[in-house]
Structure formats: structure tokens, C-alpha cells
Design a protein around this ligand. Structure first.
Ligand code: ATP
Ligand code: MG
Length: 407
């Protein structure tokens, strides 16, 4: 992609109203624009990152037997009345049509997926089933000050599983939890599997995937000797300084964290609510990942005072190509990289100083910066450097593609 052809460009100044790092950097670097609190436009850079996160999530959900579908965002009120959500879910956005009918905007999709899947589940042979989709959700959140980490409209992956019995659910629950850890580690995140209450869904314990960050809203207690971690906002039998209930080795430490995903045991609540007089009421689970929130958390975790430092797996481009009065040669490199399947952003703008181009590259945060100038050519090629490093090395143009394979 050529920057001269793009509408959205990095800005010199951060937005004044931004209260969090992800909001500040994502707006300043040209990834998103805020329409109102909690509602954002994803510009080309931002959309590329979202698509990369989606891709990782999709691959891991497919790997555990997920089947991707796409459910609607606009729901008839009746399905929400059937489960009681119409009156009990305070974040549900409700609307009326001009013919005076009531609708809800999807805040989650149990009410849609359960009757849909029941059509295809006629015997135990049709189980288990794990449909999922990646779709925008709407929630009337009171506070939306965490940038893209808490949206009123946000992108979520939600999977739902249907099982013949509790044992099969328990088996898949562990598989899903392991897949979640894989998803987050592929993006460079360490997520802690955290015990929490079942919330609105059930009496049982649920598990949240928490990433330690000051930008989060969840208070946790965790053990530094083992994996134990608990959400202590509304349930807790645990206190700071208690001995770890799992390994007994260390004392529980407090931290603030962001919930990037969660998994719930739904029991038969929904399969019974959408009863059609069938013989089987599957045990259900639901499994969410906040795609847009995860993008925000990654910015909170990976940045410095100059800008974002994207992990390679989700970066908008692998390479940020800067040319300093070397348009033709830069054009050759751009073609070469594109042909080799390397995603490259070329800052081909004419009227910018070297300093401004370097500042833009740091702000946007692609993993590799390549600079081509008369000086680099005199030295034998291009300057190449990783975003988080200060030293560059000179390599010949013919060796760039090989170099990138090992980044
Ligand atoms: P939270 O406690 O943060 O409100 P939640 O328990 O309501 O989250 P779920 O309804 O289970 O979350 O949604 C699944 C995932 O979607 C969450 O783990 C989180 O990553 C993401 N998510 C939830 N609410 C929002 C929001 N308002 N903005 C962005 N992402 C969200
Ligand atoms: Mg919520």
C-alpha cells in the first residue's frame, strides 16, 4: 500500500480527548476514528489488524471443529422475551420499527443460535456441534472510556457448543480453553485462565482469559508459582496474601487485568428455553473473544513513547518502506516485496522530511523498517531495522526477502 494514496495518515498530535494509550495511539497513527464514545470507524491500517486477529481466531476455532456461520445483528424482541433477557439484560439495545414492532440489537447470540441449531440436531448422532461467528455486538455500556477496549459496538468471536451430556461438554471445555491460550499466545499475549462467577448465565464457575494491564477493568488475584488466577470483583472467597489454593507455594498477588475472552458452561438453560418438544436437550457452552478489545490490549502492552510495536502475527504490514529521494529504487523494492508476498507499506510521500517519515514509521509500528537513501545505496543497499531496536544494518536489495524470512 502506498501512503500517498491513503486518506488516513499519522498525525503529529495525539487526540485531546483520549484517556487511554490505545485510544491515543490508534487515532494518532491513523488506525481508527471515534464517532462517539465506544463507537469507532476502522481505517485501512486498523481493519488490517482486525482481519489478522480474526484470521488467527478463525484458524484456531476451525482446528477444534468449529463451523463458521454468520448470524444477524437485528433480532426480533420475541426471542429475547423467551429467555427473559428483554427485561433482565441492562445493556440490551432495544428499538421500535415504524410499524410499532420491538427489536433488539445482538449483544450475544444464544437466542439466535439455539433455535437455529436445534433444526439440525435430531439425534445423539448429530452431536456435538460447535458453530461460531465473528460479528459486531451492541451493548448499552455506561462507561466507554477505555478506547476500543470497551465499545458500545464491538467485534466479538462467539462460539456455541452443543453436547449430548456433561462429560462431552467437559471434554470440549478443556479443548476450547487450550485453543484460547493458543490464540492469545499467537498474538504475543499471555492470558491467565481466571476463575469467575457464571454471571448472568449460570450458577457455575466460568473462566475468563485475563491479560495483565493497567488499562483493564478487572481486579484479579494470581499466584506467581502456578497458573492459579481468580477474578475478585464479585465473588471472591480469596483475599490478597492468602496462600495459593492450588499449589500452596506463594501468596496471592493483586493485579488489574483486561478480559480478552471467556468460556461459560450454559447447561440446558437455552436448550430448554427453546423447547420444541424434542427428545434431546443438549448441554451448551459459549465461548467469547473480544476481537476489537484484544487489538486495544495489544496496543496497551506493546508500545513505547514513539508509538505502537505490533507483534508480527497481527501487524498491519510486515515492512514499512521509507524512501528518501529514491523513488525509483524504492518502487523496485516495493514491487519485489509485493511479488514475494510480503505485506509492505510504502511511505512514498514527497513533501515530507526524513524525520517526519521516521516518526510516522515508529508511530504506526510495523515490525520492520527499511530505508533507502543515497547514503544507504553508497553503503551497498538499504538500512533495515526492527521496530523495537535502535541499530540498523545495511543489506543488499537482493537479500531483503531472505532477511525477512527470519524476522
Ligand atoms: P466485560 O465484563 O468486560 O463487560 P463480559 O463479561 O460482558 O465482558 P462477554 O459478554 O462474555 O463479556 O463477551 C465476550 C468477550 O467480548 C469478552 O471477554 C470481551 O473480550 C469482549 N467484550 C465484552 N464486552 C465488550 C465491550 N463492551 N467492548 C469490547 N469488547 C467487549
Ligand atoms: Mg459486559
Amino acid at each position: 500500500m502506498k501512503m500517498s494514496k491513503m486518506g488516513a495518515k499519522p498525525e503529529k498530535m495525539a487526540p485531546k480527548d483520549a484517556e487511554t494509550i490505545n485510544h491515543k495511539l490508534l487515532v494518532q497513527a491513523g488506525f481508527v476514528r471515534q464517532l462517539m464514545a465506544g463507537v469507532y470507524t476502522y481505517l485501512p491500517f486498523g481493519l488490517r489488524v482486525l482481519r489478522n486477529i480474526e484470521k488467527i481466531v478463525r484458524e484456531e476455532m476451525d482446528a477444534i471443529g468449529g463451523e463458521e456461520i454468520l448470524m444477524p445483528m437485528l433480532h426480533p424482541a420475541e426471542i429475547w422475551k423467551k429467555t427473559g433477557g428483554w427485561d433482565s439484560i441492562d445493556v440490551l439495545f432495544k428499538l421500535k420499527s415504524r410499524t410499532d414492532r420491538d427489536y433488539a440489537l445482538g449483544q450475544s447470540q444464544e437466542e439466535v443460535v439455539t433455535p437455529t441449531m436445534k433444526e439440525f440436531i435430531n439425534s445423539y448422532r448429530d452431536l456435538p456441534r460447535m458453530p461460531y461467528h465473528i460479528q459486531w455486538k451492541f451493548r448499552d455500556e455506561l462507561r466507554s472510556k477505555s478506547g476500543i477496549m470497551r465499545g458500545r459496538e464491538f467485534l466479538m468471536k462467539d462460539m456455541y457448543s452443543f453436547h449430548l451430556d456433561q462429560a462431552d461438554f467437559d471434554r470440549f471445555y478443556e479443548i476450547a480453553k487450550a485453543a484460547y491460550l493458543k490464540v492469545f499466545s499467537r498474538m504475543g499475549l499471555t492470558a491467565k485462565v481466571t476463575e469467575a462467577s457464571g454471571g448472568a448465565f449460570s450458577e457455575k464457575i466460568s473462566y475468563e482469559f485475563e491479560v495483565l494491564t493497567d488499562a483493564g477493568e478487572v481486579n484479579i488475584l494470581y499466584c506467581s508459582s502456578c497458573e492459579f488466577c481468580a477474578n475478585v470483583d464479585d465473588l471472591s472467597q480469596y483475599r490478597e496474601g492468602d496462600k495459593c489454593p492450588k499449589c500452596g507455594k506463594s501468596k496471592l498477588k493483586p493485579s488489574v487485568a483486561a478480559e480478552v475472552g471467556n468460556v461459560f458452561d450454559l447447561g440446558q438453560k437455552y436448550s430448554k428455553a427453546f423447547d420444541k418438544g424434542e427428545m434431546i436437550y443438549p448441554i451448551m457452552g459459549c465461548y467469547g473473544i473480544g476481537i476489537t478489545r484484544t487489538m486495544g490490549v495489544i496496543v496497551e502492552k506493546f508500545h513505547d513513547d514513539k508509538g505502537i510495536i505490533w507483534p508480527k502475527s497481527i501487524a498491519p504490514f510486515l515492512v514499512h518502506l521509507v524512501d528518501l529521494q529514491q523513488k525509483d529504487k524504492a518502487g523496485e523494492i516495493y514491487e519485489l516485496l509485493n511479488k514475494s508476498g510480503v505485506e509492505v507499506l510504502w511511505d512514498d510521500r514527497d513533501d515530507l522530511s526524513a524525520g517526519s517519515k521516521f516518526a510516522a514509521a515508529d508511530l504506526i509500528g510495523c515490525p520492520v523498517r527499511i530505508v533507502i537513501s543515497q547514503i544507504s545505496l553508497d553503503k551497498g543497499g538499504v538500512e533495515i531495522k526492527l521496530r523495537q531496536e535502535t541499530e540498523y544494518e545495511i543489506i543488499s536489495i537482493g537479500k531483503i526477502v531472505d532477511f525477512l524470512k527470519d524476522v
